[in-house]
Write a protein that binds this ligand. Structure first.
Ligand SMILES: [Zn+2]
Ligand SMILES: [Zn+2]
Length: 262
């Protein structure tokens, strides 16, 4: 699987338009798998792809983690839906749909597939398992993490969410192992006392997760840990320092435009 990070920041990153974003700043978190499968659809993604010479019409499938507006931008979503000739596939938790603000006509533009947490299904040439994340969005919505399996490679995508729920750890520990790559929420950086503790991770929490993944062989040999969804405004230390701290325990700090093959 080839991963391209389209954005690696947290909610406050949505305030600027693509052409106003300073060099090195973070956009809202999103990722592209193998050039055609996108995870979340925040404001900057469409223009970011165009800027990097990638045709957004080549995105055939979009998976949603949850309905927060730094993960779903209706206007951006509709631009993808209307791009090119293909019919876009859109995957989300059943309960999330009502919080996206889409009319019936707008929903009819795409092929919508809804599911519940702990469901496993085939989509976009992958085996997909939706896991319940420890995060809060719409009242009737279950926020999600995912395990994507393609060509024998397994990716755990864990944005947003503080720590893991019992059900998802149970699945990772007993059924998904070994995985080849884990992307962790690292929103609160080196601010262990941050009030977001119930719904987002700090770096010390990511360190413990890495230890548990290694100790219990949830991560395979040579597997990769990647930190994303970082809030530069609340991280407490400069980005270079964050990268150094994360590297101490084997975690790569993602940045916008970061590419990696797993
Ligand atoms: Zn977020
Ligand atoms: Zn969120």
């Amino acid at each position: 699987m080839k991963l391209l990070f389209l954005g690696t920041g947290s909610a406050k990153c949505k305030r600027l338009e693509e052409d106003q974003i300073p060099e090195g700043a973070r956009r809202c978190s999103s990722m592209l798998i193998d050039g055609s499968i996108q995870l979340d659809v925040p404001i900057h993604t469409y223009d970011f792809l165009v800027k990097h010479g990638i045709d957004p019409a080549g995105v055939t499938d979009i998976f949603l983690t949850h309905s927060h507006d730094d993960h779903f931008c209706k206007e951006t979503f509709l631009r993808y839906a209307k791009a090119g000739e293909r019919r876009l596939n859109f995957y989300c938790n059943t309960g999330a749909l009502e919080y996206l603000g889409l009319t019936k006509e707008e929903m009819a533009l795409v092929n919508i597939v809804t599911f519940e947490a702990m469901d496993t299904f085939e989509a976009a040439g992958m085996t997909v398992t939706a896991l319940p994340s420890n995060h809060i969005a719409g009242k009737n919505e279950q926020t999600l993490h995912y395990v994507f399996e393609k060509n024998g490679q397994k990716l755990f995508y864990g944005l947003d969410g503080g720590w893991l729920t019992g059900k998802e750890w149970n699945y990772l520990y007993k059924q998904a192992l070994p995985i080849d790559c884990a992307v962790f929420d690292t929103t609160c950086g080196e601010q262990p006392g941050n009030f977001r503790i119930g719904t987002h991770n700090t770096i010390p929490m990511v360190r413990l997760l890495v230890e548990a993944f290694n100790e219990n062989k949830v991560m395979g040999e040579g597997g990769k840990y990647i930190a994303s969804h970082m809030g530069p405004h609340i991280h407490g230390v400069p980005a270079e320092e964050t990268a150094r701290i994360l590297a101490e325990f084997g975690v790569i700090m993602a940045y916008d435009g970061f590419e990696i093959e797993i």
